[in-house]
Write a protein that binds this ligand. Sequence first.
Ligand SMILES: O=P(O)(O)OC[C@H]1O[C@](O)(COP(=O)(O)O)[C@@H](O)[C@@H]1O
Ligand SMILES: [Mg+2]
Ligand SMILES: [Mg+2]
Length: 335
Amino acid sequence: MDRHITLGEFIIENQKDFPYAKGELSALLSSIRLAGKVVNQQINKAGLAEILGKAGKENVQGETQAKLDIMANEVFISTLKNRGEICGLASEELEDFLAFDEDMHKDAKYVVLIDPLDGSSNIDVDITVGTIFSIYRRKSEPGTKVTMEDFLQPGDKQIAAGYLIYGTSTILVYTTGNGVNGFTFDPGIGSFFLSHPQMKFPEKGNIYSVNEGNYVHFPAGVKKYIKWVQQIDENDGRPFTSRYTGSLVADFHRNMLLGGIYLYPQGTTSPNGKLRLLYECNPMAFLTEQAGGKASDGFRRILELQPEELHERVPFFCGNKEMVEKAEDFLKTSG
Ligand SMILES: O=P(O)(O)OC[C@H]1O[C@](O)(COP(=O)(O)O)[C@@H](O)[C@@H]1O
Ligand SMILES: [Mg+2]
Ligand SMILES: [Mg+2]
């Protein structure tokens, strides 16, 4: 390939993967690309634009929202709403879903779920953050009102999923069920270019990402797994390396490139862990499986879980298949 293909060219070229495609999904992915550029530009100058710090309001999770959480949420909602490819949207920062039922949306086939800014605790300290998105085909008939059922779909029904990572460079990574591809943003040209084709977890991993500050709250099986990764064994390269940024997107991206496991287990303070099934775990699980890895709640495949609520949390284990299976073994044997 004499030059890097742009994201726009790649989206059009790969429309053929969808025999029924009329271009709506391509247009929707382009809208996400556009919203990502705007958020990226705001994040890069956050310190100057006085959009650091807390907004003084709480979201449905009981978390104090950061100004950037709200900015990113508004950018994605207005961009996706104004371009008419979706009939509804749900977000970490909104208690209920939004139904777009103006004329321009009534025949739209897709709903989107977003975590507009992932890694919020890192915003003010200039550490990598991200945006996570998940796309479903609506279950309700086009032309009718969007319902909660359109959002509460198991992860294996996702049409597409991905994230933007706002780090040393800004990269958009996504899957439509035909592998995982990453596109790096070139601010000089203002376009995303294919930089990471067909991303796959490497055969072996030796990185573990977990907030060990919560160790005392972890189930016995998770404690045993963490002790196991810290023991010496030249045969499988233990002790593994601990890397944890506090941003799921950043830890996931690194582990997919270098090989590793991210875990946010249940704990005594959070019986279902912290991460949200619909707009954090499902999209990352879709990417994980498409990249040859495994994603579970320690016992069940994430993508087969039937969501009950918009903001429900689940324990999350994702990464190299072998590493996740080892963690699951400890959980199964030690609870
Ligand atoms: O500070 P903790 O408890 O380790 O949690 C960090 C985890 O929570 C998150 O920040 C949750 O996401 P949000 O920032 O979107 O709320 C993940 O990105 C991250 O992996
Ligand atoms: Mg998040
Ligand atoms: Mg968030």
